[in-house]
Design a protein around this ligand. Structure first.
Ligand SMILES: NC(=O)c1ccc[n+]([C@@H]2O[C@H](COP(=O)([O-])OP(=O)(O)OC[C@H]3O[C@@H](n4cnc5c(N)ncnc54)[C@H](OP(=O)(O)O)[C@@H]3O)[C@@H](O)[C@H]2O)c1
Length: 232
């Protein structure tokens, strides 16, 4: 039985990760901002007794990250796979009107949070385990062809760098580190015109994560949900 930890687990892709993992018999620690209001997650706790632990976590707040990491440490278990899924996107940004708060809050959520949480939980992460961040094709500098969603795109490009750096920091423990794009998915963030249902995106990503193994020649890779490399 594999122990997963997933952030932003109360809706969207995070919730679907939890659902598919519980259904296949794995154990999950789920972080979300308001466990008391996480109805679907809490129903899973009842349906899969002993397999799901829900803990409060706001990834943009270093104090919340530290408190979450302490609570996880108190569970005295080791994590096989840590998935940084929590993320935010400010829509409707226009050149000339991009606000400092949008840039800084998006960076705190999408980049700083995963980096600090990886550091804080590194002692609980198993040697030979996996560290995965849900990134985005919009974080690919090489593919950027328009002034799109700058706060988000900058934060995901920086997240990719954070994962590459963490890959090197954790290489001596043979922890495989990956930035993984889910594709364009029908969630609150992706919207109803997106290409993929959450169930399909998660099934694809779980295949990539299951196949992931430490490889010195591929530290901190950036892959799509088909397992193919995305250019930086
Ligand atoms: N959907 C897509 O097409 C798409 C494409 C590329 C990448 N992604 C990435 O996939 C991940 C999941 O996205 P999604 O589509 O599922 O988005 P979503 O439906 O908007 O859900 C976002 C999740 O992140 C949580 N979250 C946001 N800020 C947080 C914070 N400060 N602390 C803790 N949790 C926080 C939300 O919690 P609350 O309910 O408390 O707000 C929610 O659970 C994100 O990293 C996103 O960037 C999505």
């Amino acid at each position: 039985m594999t122990q997963y930890l997933i952030t932003g687990a109360n809706r969207g892709l995070g919730l679907e990760f939890v659902r598919q993992l519980l259904e296949r018999g794995d154990r999950v620690i789920a972080g979300c901002r308001h466990p008391g209001r996480a109805g679907a997650l809490n129903r899973f706790s009842g349906a899969f007794p002993g397999h799901l632990k829900v803990l409060p976590l706001d990834v943009s707040e270093p104090r919340s990250v530290a408190a979450f990491a302490s609570e996880v440490a108190m569970l005295e278990l080791s994590i096989d796979v840590l998935i940084h899924n929590a993320g935010m996107l400010v829509s409707g940004e226009e050149f000339g009107k991009v606000e400092a708060h949008a840039l800084s809050h998006t960076f705190a959520t999408n980049t700083m949070g995963p980096f600090l949480l990886s550091q804080a939980l590194s002692a609980q992460l198993k040697d030979g385990g996996k560290l995965v961040a849900i990134s985005s094709g919009l974080g690919s500098i090489a593919r950027t062809q328009r002034f799109g969603t700058p706060s988000y795109d900058i934060s995901k490009a920086a997240l990719n760098m954070a994962m590459r750096l963490l890959g090197h920091a954790l290489a001596e423990r043979r922890i495989a580190v990956l930035a993984l794009s889910p594709g364009w998915v029908k969630t609150d963030m992706g919207g109803e015109n997106a290409d993929l249902e959450p169930a399909q995106s998660i099934a694809n990503m779980l295949k990539v994560i299951d196949a992931l193994a430490f490889d010195e020649a591929a530290i901190g890779q950036f892959l799509g949900n088909d397992g193919k490399t995305i250019p930086w």
